[in-house]
Structures are given as C-alpha cells and as structure tokens.
Write a protein that binds this ligand. Sequence first.
Ligand code: ADP
Ligand code: ASP
Ligand code: MG
Length: 411
Amino acid sequence: MKFGGTSVADLERIRRVARLVAAEVADGRKVAVVVSAMAGKTNELVAWTDGAGEASQGLSSSDDEYDTVVASGEQVTAGLLAMTLRNIGVSARSWLGWQIPILTDEAHGRARIEEIPPENLIGAMDRGEVAVIAGFQGVTKGGRMTTLGRGGSDTTAVAIAAAIKADRCDIYTDVDGVYTTDPRIEAKARRLAQISYEEMLEMASLGAKVLHTRSVEMAMAHGVPVRVLSSFIEPGQSEGRGTMVCDEEEIVEKRIVSGVAYSRDEAKISLFGLPDHPGVSSEIFGRLADANVNVDMIVQSHARSEGAANMEFTVGKRDAQRAVDIVRSAQSSIGFDDVVLDEDVAKVSVIGVGMRSHAGVAKTMFGALAEKGVNIQVISTSEIKISVLIDAAYTELAVRALHAAYGLDRL
Ligand code: ADP
Ligand code: ASP
Ligand code: MG
C-alpha cells in the first residue's frame, strides 16, 4: 500500500491511513506500506536547498546534500504512521531507505533503484510486523542518501512490491483512479476501470502525474499488478475500486484512445538559417547530448530558395537556458542566423493502443484543434500516441476539445 502526500497531510489523515492498513491486516494480509512526505513538505524542502545554493554558489539537485535535505519529509511520515499503527494495536516499525537497504545509483536528485535485498523486510513481515517505508529515498553503495526524482514514492512502492513478490501494489491517492484526462482540468473526465501498462507509461511520461513514470516502467518489467485508488474510502471497502494497471490482453473494454495528457514542462528552441548539409543535426544534438540535455520533439523545415533550413526542438524547461547557451556558443562552427527560446508552450497528447490498428486518429486530433483555432507548432508520434506542441495559453481548451472529440466523456 502506498499513500501520497495528500493522504498523509496531517495527523487526522494519518489516522485514516492507519485504519485502512489495519483493515488489510485484519483480513489476514502481510502489509508493507510506503509513504510520501506530507503535502507541500517536499516543495518547502526543495526551496530551502535553492536558498542554500544561492549562498554557497552552485548547489543544485545534483548536489549530494540536496537528497539529505529533501528526503527528510518521508522520514517524518514513516515514523508517525508506525506510531499511529502501534496506538491502534497493529505491530509496526518504520524503515528508511538505508535501513532496508534500497540501493540506487549515484545520480543525486534523480537516482534509479538498482537492487533491494528483500530479506530484512520479509523477516519483519513474517514476524507479523507492518513495514512502514519512507518513499522517495535510497542509498548508494557508498552509503550516501539519494532521492528518486519528484513523485518518486510511487517507484519506491512498485520496487518494494517487486522485491518482496507482493500479490499487488495499491497506490492510494487523492483521486479514485486513473482518469481519461486530469480531472482537475476536465470535469467530464471518466475513471478507467483498467489501463494497459503501455498506455499508462505513455500517459505518465507525457505529463499525467498520477503515477511516476519510472514506477510504471518497473511494474511492466516485473509484472507487478498495480491498482490506483482513493485513500478517502472506508476501511475494508477497497474491493473492486480504482483502476487496475495490467497487461493489454486482460483489458475487457477495447478503446481506440484511452486518454489525453498534457505537460507544461517543456520549452521550444528555434534555430533559423541553418546550413542545409549533412552533419548539422549531428553536431547540434551531439553537443546537447554531451551536456546531458534530453531533447524531445524535433522538426526541421527547408527554406527552398537559399539552401538553408530552420529547426525547432523541445527540451525540459529546467534545461532550456543551458541548451540555448550551448547552441549559441557553437554558432560559428554550426553556422546559423538566430536562436530563439519560447517557454510559453504546452505539449498535449492523445494515447491509446487502439491507434495501432485504426486509421484517422490524427485526423480527428488535428480537426478538433483547428475547430478551436489552436495552432499546432510541432507534431510527434509513436505507435500508441500523438503529441502536439501548442501555445500554453490554449492548454485547457485543447485538452477539453480532444477529450470530447474522442468521445471520452461518454465512456
Ligand atoms: P500523490 O500525492 O498521491 O502521489 P499526485 O498529486 O502525485 O498524488 O497525483 C494525483 C493527481 O494526478 C490527481 O490529483 C490529478 O490531478 C492528477 N492527474 C493528472 N492526470 C490524471 C489522470 N489521467 N488521472 C488521474 N489523475 C490525474
Ligand atoms: N515527496 C516526494 C515529492 O513530493 C515524493 C512523492 O511524493 O512521491 O516529490
Ligand atoms: Mg505522486
């Protein structure tokens, strides 16, 4: 069982969580629980590291002390939940990342889990003790604290479930499942009873923050059945609720499009007047790759008359200014007229495994956006998704228009 920030936001909610855990124990299950920090706590901790960074010049999320600070929120909730469980007569203890241990690589601020030896947890659970685990944190082989990237407690939960070979991983959150789009943006969004790992992976990586992308990747790789459900239910009432993330073959209701996702985390970089000859893209993207900048969407167009080309691509907002500086510093060797950064963009995507076998999905998307007067700047596709880059001001309008165009409000 994993509980997100809103679900453990104060002592009253922690008591609710304890009652949900107690009900599972009363049903005869052995339970491991993963908790996030209280809602808002991690933001506050991150802001403190920003402040410390100013004073000492150059601290950042890749600094190995960043993790020591921002992981502390989960230590508090793990301890409080274990205490609360004991108070209602359930045997429990807290586990921090280093105590299990959850071993990760050394990429501070965005570490990946490499291994979780299950013996300690299984030993405790076999003794009848609920294991209350601090999410989001791990430890390097060298004994330094790490964190898994924002929203990473979901990944802790799935990784633990895989390590202890759990029957299921229940992700309790502030919505009662995975919806056809973010219910905060479209009130007509519908809960999906089931969604395939592949679709969930695209939804998460294209911006639906209901599950951490890496958690879905891990669930898919290890075949962990994941259920997303609300923590605001009564104890013992979880049967048949929420959304099951499962294999495509298990899905009963087939759909062409399952969901619409959006992200405002990208920025667009435009290069004008590039020489039109082999090696130019290789030089630009080679330099960005060397600096660890991830590039997402790319489009190139030829200015027919002059043998020159224009190129547009997107990078994460956090990397945007750095990417522009890298490209600009190579202006004379690459040879281009101008580089322009636009941060007022949003990526809106439609996702569905049914696209593989159905024509006309793109036509519906472009038609619906045109009807609302939304201009498409960049397009990218894969087998099961189509993404467009638009002016950020139209994000909500576009999400709602696409949600209606594919009939998702009528599911
Ligand atoms: P937690 O703190 O429990 O980890 P998050 O805030 O990370 O919760 O994720 C839950 C939120 O994800 C919801 O409140 C909702 O606004 C948002 N969300 C975005 N897209 C979707 C979607 N397709 N289905 C459900 N929730 C979504
Ligand atoms: N507390 C962390 C965050 O806010 C991890 C999580 O909640 O999943 O990013
Ligand atoms: Mg989350």
